[in-house]
Design a protein. Structure first.
Length: 79
């Protein structure tokens, strides 16, 4: 599980990982790219990112808070 605070205008660069990731936006807004698809995410929106699929997040003018769960669990947690 991961609670991610995305500062205003922050960028989580394009990356991928073996784990499937399910997320829900708790507050704020940001743009989410999953593969070639781009979505505007806001509080209450959910996403599913399949394992191995590149994805990135780009913050809006306000901070965002995202709760995500990966499966299977990572061997090493994120720092």
């Amino acid at each position: 599980m991961l609670l991610l605070e995305l500062p205003p205008r922050a960028v989580v660069p394009m990356h991928s990982h073996a784990q499937e990731q399910l997320g829900i936006v708790l507050e704020g807004e940001f743009a989410l790219a999953i593969g070639s698809e781009r979505r505007e995410m806001k509080a209450g929106d959910m996403d599913i990112i399949p394992g191995g699929v590149p994805h990135e997040a780009i913050g809006s003018g306000k901070k965002a808070l995202l709760f995500a769960v990966g499966s299977p669990p990572r061997e090493k947690p994120l720092d």
